[in-house]
Ligand binder design. Structure first.
Ligand code: MV4
Length: 454
């Protein structure tokens, strides 16, 4: 049952993260790479690496037969999907199980249940976990109208097969509903092959707070803590922190209890994240992500708990009591800053290219997760995440000061990055006060010093 060799079915920064966990656990790991990634840091870090195909992800990192073949020919007994690519693909999870490979993640049926946002919403309602007021399930135009009148405009039409902001449409009033319904369902059909829509009241001025869970599938549920993820632009998070400045102790107890109930109701197994909107002291379930997330390190740092090692242990048959004997409590404060190879002065255009200089920050309380190095060339085929700077300190003001110090130490030359913009955000009074919602960054971004002169 215990896992001996893991195929790391991903690339870049997350592959590096998983390889490190394997090394610390004394488990062998096999990396995979496309021909565009031969020089990626994750390949250098692995004792073994298998080329799985050409640069385009559809022919490499998304190619299920190639990945299964890489795992079986190298004698792996488990597969870690990382995030993105196939991490929330139930077909991949099933293909792993069909080939006697343990998929390090939830069961395929759970991926399907929560991947379909209508069935997720219904399952959560059944578990007495409230979503945003709106339709019980899928709606036609007449039902959408009825629901919108009931909860009040503005409403959001959301695609059941969407998620993460994809396939969402804001409707301001009854006059706009019919046209929005038509385009939203057509877009959902084109993008996901599924035109199902549901309706929610649009919460303006909400915060995005997510709860990290880890479950063993046999009754053990560990609520690891919450993260504040409201600082984002076009659904790309830039800065995350834990704990959330918007969550009081009472609210945290309530959210923890709710998250635990949600996990038990669906028999969840593995690491996962429940996303909530927090507004006016209340919280509303919006989605569940059945994977490890990019921002998991802030939770690891305040909880003092290695989520990736725990994922591997659980997949190998360990119970929650094996990986953790007492409840976790957040200690201190953590902030993560994503460093993307993008040009903030040019509408955040992705900017692949040669890294001519890379000096990561060092010193107390600083963690850097990255696959890049000086002389590395960022390929144009994948996402633009270069590195994450994650800091921990005793409290939020000290963590903020430490994050700024770390970003000033960081040197990246050769490609433009989002690092300067991150310093501006951390220095902004709204950030200092912990007073920001999901729309805040887009409202102020053009006035921040790094962009104001351009
Ligand atoms: C919402 C919302 C307001 N009201 N739902 C966007 C991502 C997806 N997970 C759900 N999203 C939202 N759902 C209701 N009923 C606002 C957002 C939203 C958002 C949520 C989290 C983080 C950033 C966001 C940015 C814009 C909109």
């Amino acid at each position: 049952m215990s896992i001996k060799r893991v195929l790391v079915a991903n690339r870049g920064e997350v592959a590096v993260r998983v390889l490190r966990a394997c090394q610390e656990l004394g488990i062998e790991a096999v990396a995979v790479y496309s021909t565009a990634d031969e020089t990626s840091g994750h390949v250098a870090l692995a004792e073994r690496a298998v080329c799985i195909g050409p640069p385009h992800a559809a022919e490499s990192y998304l190619d299920i037969p190639s990945l299964i073949a890489a795992a079986t020919t190298t004698g792996c007994d488990a597969v870690h999907p990382g995030w993105g690519f196939l991490a929330e693909n139930s077909e991949f999870a099933r293909a792993c199980e069909d080939n006697d490979l343990s998929f390090i993640g939830p069961r395929p049926e759970t991926i399907d249940l929560m991947g379909d946002k209508v069935s997720a919403r219904i399952a959560m309602t059944k578990a007495d976990v409230s979503g945003v007021p709106g339709s019980a399930g899928q709606v036609d135009l007449a039902q959408a109208n009825e629901q919108a009148r009931e909860v009040g405009f503005p409403v959001l039409l959301k695609a059941s097969a969407g998620g993460g902001g994809k396939g969402m449409r804001l409707v301001e009033d009854a006059d706009g509903l019919a046209a929005a319904f038509e385009t939203a369902s057509a877009e959902a059909q084109a993008a996901f092959g599924n035109d199902a829509l549901y309706v929610e009241k649009a919460l303006t001025n909400a915060r995005h707070v997510e709860v990290q869970v880890l479950c063993d599938g046999v009754g053990g549920v560990l609520i690891v803590g919450e993260r504040e993820c409201s600082i984002q632009r076009r659904h790309q998070k830039l800065i995350e922190e834990a704990p959330s400045p918007a969550v009081s102790d009472a609210l945290r107890r309530d959210m923890t209890e709710t998250a635990e109930r949600a996990c038990r109701a669906i028999g969840y197994q593995g690491a996962g994240t429940l996303e909530f909107l927090v507004a006016d002291g209340d919280f509303y379930f919006i989605e569940m992500n059945t994977r490890l997330q990019v921002e998991h390190p802030v939770t690891e740092l305040v909880a003092g708990f290695d989520l990736v090692q725990a994922q591997i242990a659980i997949a190998g048959g360990a119970s929650i009591s094996d990986v953790r004997s007492e409840p976790l409590r957040a200690r201190g404060h953590a902030i993560e800053v994503r460093i993307n190879a993008e040009d903030p002065a040019n509408d955040f255009m992705p900017a692949p290219g040669l890294i001519t200089r890379f000096v990561p920050p060092l010193g107390p309380g600083v963690r850097v997760d990255t696959h890049i190095y000086e002389g590395y060339s960022v390929p144009p085929y994948y996402d633009s995440l270069l590195a994450k700077i994650i800091v921990w300190a005793e409290d939020r003001p000290r963590a903020t000061a430490r994050a700024i110090r770390a970003l000033r130490e960081l040197r990246i030359e050769g490609v433009p990055t989002t690092a300067g913009l991150a310093i501006d955000i951390l220095n902004h009074p709204s950030f200092r006060e912990g007073e920001y919602t999901t729309t805040w960054l887009e409202d102020v971004v053009s006035e921040l010093p790094a962009l104001a002169q351009s």
